[in-house]
Design a protein around this ligand. Structure first.
Ligand SMILES: Cc1cc2nc3c(=O)[nH]c(=O)nc-3n(C[C@H](O)[C@H](O)[C@H](O)COP(=O)(O)OP(=O)(O)OC[C@H]3O[C@@H](n4cnc5c(N)ncnc54)[C@H](O)[C@@H]3O)c2cc1C
Length: 382
């Protein structure tokens, strides 16, 4: 067991952080709570490509960098620390690329090269207004009509939906009166879907959108995963990306911790810096310890995946625990700032809004605990 970075990982992280300081942090500052339009979103992703972070999941044979997931996760942590918003767009690029790399050859050869170059942006459509946790009950329909599918219904909460050139859509496949279960199909923007960005309390620099389909005609040869296999396919994918979500939230928590530590050193009360007060030191000690614990759990999950082990239990544990620890750390960072912590002048108020999102995405805290419980007992409590 080795807890140090390899020389290669250290070099990558160092050069990535120099890039973040020069190219990402100024944009993140300028666009805090302001929408980054598609042109800039694409430009930023193209700049990130040489580090392997956009297509890190994809093998070299398929035009990616074939990075190990530990390196990828470390970079996502640091990208989220620099900009949670830009990191979400990058994460979606990673997930869509990974799905595309496993697609049938006709689809993969058409879309993957453009994705690897950052020329087109995709998104993943699972959640619907009627619910996100209960994936098996999804209602958007893909009805077979000759050599096309007719898509009807609405998706919501779709990251990068407003930017997307295509959506990888999890839909209920229907042939005649036969409900065949969930399949995954690629729908191009030009096939005719509409998007509308959601107005959230956090992460408004990037697109989270509703996506509407009304008799949208999609050629049958764009089925990525046939029904009913798509649900299991997506759940496997989520197992590998959940520890990444934990690391992203902990990246935000690390940024908040750094702010709190600096603030505590400067802010004087009762004649001296609050950093010297025992109760503030206790908070800082707890925050730092939680950062370490959350990060180690997530990195262990990624290391397991890199070594070909089943990550489901570890990934669920690291996702719920890491994201909840991150919320606690950021809440303490706000507390250390006193009243200043809720003003726009200090970034911790922004971090406190952003960090909460990660305890919902890719399976809520409650869903992770139910996955763990099912693994431990063999009984489903969903
Ligand atoms: C910023 C953002 C980006 C997102 N990006 C995407 C995306 O790109 N693509 C996509 O498809 N989705 C995306 N999502 C959706 C996300 O995956 C869902 O929010 C999540 O799955 C939860 O679904 P829900 O919000 O409908 O909550 P619900 O499923 O309605 O759950 C509501 C509450 O009930 C709890 N709950 C549900 N079932 C149970 C149970 N059996 N026992 C106990 N408690 C339960 C949940 O934990 C939660 O606390 C995004 C969400 C956000 C906030």
């Amino acid at each position: 067991m080795n807890f140090s970075y390899t020389e290669e990982q250290q070099l990558l992280i160092d050069s990535f952080n120099r890039f973040l300081d020069a190219e990402i942090k100024p944009i993140a500052h300028q666009y805090r709570d302001k929408y980054i339009d598609k042109e800039l979103a694409v430009e930023l992703q193209k700049k990130l490509i040489p580090f392997g972070i956009v297509n890190g999941f994809v093998s070299e044979a398929d035009g990616g960098m074939g990075l190990d997931l530990v390196s990828y996760g470390l970079m996502m942590h640091d990208l989220a620390k620099a900009s949670p918003d830009i990191c979400i767009t990058t994460q979606i690029m990673g997930i869509t690329s990974k799905l595309m790399a496993g697609a049938p050859e006709n689809i993969k050869s058409k879309y993957l090269p453009e994705m690897m170059a950052g020329d087109i942006l995709g998104c993943v459509g699972m959640s619907e207004p009627s619910g996100g946790s209960d994936v098996a009950s999804l209602q958007v329909k893909a009805k077979k009509a000759g050599d096309v599918y007719l898509i009807n219904g609405e998706k919501t909460w779709i990251s990068s939906g407003g930017y997307s050139d295509f959506i990888l859509l999890l839909a209920r496949f229907v042939e005649g009166d036969d409900d065949q279960g969930l399949g995954l199909i690629l729908v191009e923007r030009d096939d005719g879907y509409e998007t509308s960005n959601l107005n959230k309390t956090a992460l408004n620099s990037q697109s989270t959108a509703q996506v509407f389909f009304s008799d949208t005609k999609v050629p049958a040869h764009r089925v990525m995963v046939p029904a009913p296999k798509a649900m299991a396919h997506m759940m496997k994918l989520l197992s590998s990306s959940r520890p990444i979500v934990a690391l992203m939230s902990l990246g935000i928590a690390q940024a908040a911790f750094d702010e709190a530590l600096a603030f505590a050193g400067e802010r004087k009360q009762f004649g001296s810096a609050i950093a010297g007060k025992q109760l503030i030191q206790a908070k800082l000690a707890e925050m730092r310890t939680k950062l370490e614990a959350g990060k180690l759990m997530a990195l262990k999950s990624l290391d397991m995946i890199d070594r070909g082990e089943d990550p489901q239990l570890q990934a669920a544990m690291s996702k719920w625990y890491g994201t909840e620890l991150a919320c606690e750390i950021v809440a303490d960072a706000v507390q250390i700032h006193g009243g200043s912590g809720i003003t726009k002048e200090y970034p911790v108020e922004y971090y406190s809004r952003a960090v909460k999102v990660f305890s919902f995405t890719e399976g809520t805290t409650e869903v992770q605990k139910l996955i763990i419980g099912r693994q431990l007992t063999g009984l489903s409590a969903f």
